[in-house]
Every structure is written in structure tokens, then in C-alpha cells.
Design a protein around this ligand. Sequence first.
Ligand code: C2E
Ligand code: MG
Ligand code: MG
Ligand code: MG
Length: 294
Amino acid sequence: QARAAGRGLWRLFQPEMEAGIRQRRQLETELRSALAAEQFEVFYQPLVEARTLALAGFEALVRWRHPGRGLVPPGEFIPLLEETGLIGPLGSWVLARACADAAGWPAHLRLAVNLSPVQVLNARLVQEVAQALAGAGLAPQRLELEITETVLLQDNEVTLGVLRRLHELGVRISMDDFGTGYSSLSYLRRFPFDKIKVDQSFVHTLPRDRGGIPIIRAVTGLGRALGMRVLAEGVETVEQMEILREEGCDELQGFLFGRPAPLCEAAEVIARDLAGERPGAAGQCPVPAPAPGA
Ligand code: C2E
Ligand code: MG
Ligand code: MG
Ligand code: MG
């Protein structure tokens, strides 16, 4: 009976699925021409020192400026780029663009760039990173590459070799979205990360979910023991900020300190930081109004 019902469902969903496949093909075609037409933009979101709330750097987050749909967030096109292999060219472009932008910032500020697992599987990445740095004149120590646990899930010698060689270049490696994948602890042992980025899901539920606090505390303890910095993502309220500082996070990131924004706005953030302003510090800074598409 379940099977019959299943077949009924299939009939019901088939036209929808075909429409889905058509949509995907269309999106793929659009993405190819978007690459050629350079419709992508890099936005920057502030990272701050937890203790002083001084600006520590920015994370580069890509956006697609679609001629009809406006700003499209990466969650809507990165998966398809990964499936089609187009993430390679986009990733190279983001890396070069972001390094060139960051080279114009004060030298104490760092740049974080996300890498797709697909990029880390390709040994050419090392050369690409070296070229992006040299081309921009950016010191390797200022670049942090963010990877997720899925990269190490591949359990691949190429991946580990690529990460080690990137480290040898002087580039820092961060584990992004920590706590959302599987057996995170074994991955922390397999590769010497410089930073752990605690996933937003552990931060958003604070302070409602007091159970999140022991987890944050455990991760900051782990970071201290292993010599890795710990950053908490998704900080939206002063209350969350205070808990995270108390629990010993080294860096914070979230709408409380700034949304991802175009390069020109990053320049304003830098100017305000140099003038001694500390967003969120007064305890009166509400989450700023959303920038269009951010
Ligand atoms: P991620 O690397 O974990 O980046 C953080 C995401 O959280 C960003 O979403 C950022 O806008 C959002 N975020 C930051 N603070 C807050 C907050 O306080 N509250 C909330 N609700 N959200 C916050 P975004 O820009 O949509 O990016 C999503 C994901 O797309 C990124 O997650 C990253 O995995 C991927 N991504 C972005 N740019 C690139 C890229 O150039 N290459 C690759 N491979 N992936 C990228
Ligand atoms: Mg990231
Ligand atoms: Mg993250
Ligand atoms: Mg994420």
C-alpha cells in the first residue's frame, strides 16, 4: 500500500521535478555568463577582538549581483557551482579580488576567505594562493583560509598535503562552522588549525539556552589547550557578546559588529575603528538596519 502511495506521489511530483531540473539548467547557464560578465562582488564582514572590540579584520563573502534579481546570497548559488566545477574559477576570482582589496587596509588587519572542499582537492590551489598574495602584495600571515569539516571528511592525502603546504606559505587555516559536522575532534588532531570558528547555531540560542554555554566553554578550553584561537560567529546581541567574552572567546563576528558590506563600507568601518569607536561596546548599539541584500 505504501508503494502504491509512493507511486501516486511520484506522479504528483514528477512535473515539479522536471521543472526543477529545467530551473537548475537555466541557473547553470546564467552562472556561466555571470562569471564571464563579472557579476560577482565581494562583501566584507568585520571580525573583532573579543577583549578590546577592536577591529581584527574582515571575512570575504561573495554575492552575485543578478541583473534581474538583485543581490543573490552565496547559499543560493555556491552548491550548484560546486556540482558543476565552476567553483574553481569563481574561487580564484574571489581570492584575487579579496587579496587586492585587503592590501589597501592597515597592515594589522587580516582577511578571511572561504574555500570550497572542491578547491582544496586541487593541488593547484597552493600556487593560486601564492599568486594571489604576490599579485596583491599581501603578506601571507594576513590571510586566513576557512574550510569546513566536510573538507577533512574526504580523508584525502591530497587535501592534507594542500593544507600543509598552505601553512608552509605562512597562511593561516581556520575551521569554519565548528560543531555542525561529524567527529570534529578527530579533525582537529589531524590538521593543526590556527583558529576554530564556533558555528552560529551555538550562539543564536544564547542566552535563552543556557546549555549552549558549557559547549562554548569547552571549545574555548580546547582552543587554549591546542593553541588555536576561538571565534564565535553570529553575535547579534550585547548579551551574547558578554557571555562569549566571559567564556574566553578570542574573536567575535556578527551583525552586532557589522553586516557583510561592500568594500567602500569596509573602509568606513576601518576609519571608525582607527578613531577609537567600538561597535557594541556601549551596550546601546542595536543590530543595524539590514543593508540591501546583506
Ligand atoms: P560562513 O563562512 O559561515 O559565513 C558566515 C555567514 O553568516 C554569512 O552568510 C554571514 O552573512 C552570516 N552572518 C554573519 N553574522 C551573522 C549574524 O549575526 N546573524 C546571522 N543570522 N547571520 C550572520 P553568507 O554571506 O550568506 O554566506 C553563507 C555561506 O556561504 C558562508 O558561510 C560560506 O560557507 C559560503 N560562502 C560565502 N562566500 C564564499 C566564497 O567566496 N567561497 C565559498 N566557497 N563559500 C562562500
Ligand atoms: Mg566562513
Ligand atoms: Mg561560518
Ligand atoms: Mg556557515
